[in-house]
Design a protein. Structure first.
Length: 202
């Protein structure tokens, strides 16, 4: 097994749409083992192949307290079963030290294959529902910060072509972007993520 480098936001490769896995080969199984080791090393509970620059529909996760029950989802399909949404504070290995609340459907159906090519068909709630939706977003080129940062911004005045955008989340971390006026935040350049003290020294 090997540790894989995790892509960090706003790396454009994170926006790549993942392709279906055609066959669960020995190479795929090696990737699965490497992703699980990488997830554990990064102290995460879920990891999508897109985050390690392998753009296929593959997710690993482990929600157990002892980190001894990894699960694998290949070519997953997630279907909301209720309209009700529930907020949950999320973080992401590709956006270190940033946390915020995201609302997602409370109950979903997961259809996928496991690492042995066997079918998975489950109706789930709670953390598993949150985690699978979060990782599915990665396979579709979506990052969780898009939910609370994905808005266009305006210039300070009509003469400005470029400006800084500084956002604060509930954990007192600041996110600083640079870009042209009117640009969607998903396409801005990330300059800084950190505390107010660190921002003052930036």
């Amino acid at each position: 097994m090997a540790l894989l480098p995790i892509l960090n936001y706003p790396d454009p490769r994170l926006r790549t749409i993942a392709k279906p896995v055609k066959e669960v080969t020995a190479e795929i199984k090696t990737l699965i083992a490497d992703m699980i080791e990488t997830m554990y090393d990064a102290q995460g509970i879920g990891l999508a192949a897109s985050q390690v620059d392998r753009h296929i529909q593959l997710i690993v996760m482990d929600l157990s307290e002892d980190k001894n029950s990894p699960r694998v989802f290949i070519n997953p399909k997630v279907t909301p079963l209720v309209e009700e949404k529930q907020p949950y504070e999320e973080g992401c290995l590709s956006v270190p030290e940033v946390y915020d609340s995201v609302e997602r459907p409370k109950k979903v159906r997961i259809e996928a294959l496991d690492e042995h090519g066997k079918k998975i068909d489950e109706e789930v709630e709670g953390l598993l529902a949150v985690c699978i939706q979060h990782e599915m977003d990665h396979l579709n080129g979506v990052i969780f910060v898009d939910y609370f940062l994905n808005t266009a911004f305006s210039c300070v005045n009509e003469y400005s072509e470029w400006m800084f955008l500084i956002l604060e989340n509930k954990k007192n971390f600041y996110v600083v972007f640079l870009g042209k006026c009117g640009t969607n935040i998903g396409k801005l350049e990330l300059l800084f993520v950190g505390t107010l003290t660190a921002l003052a020294l930036f």
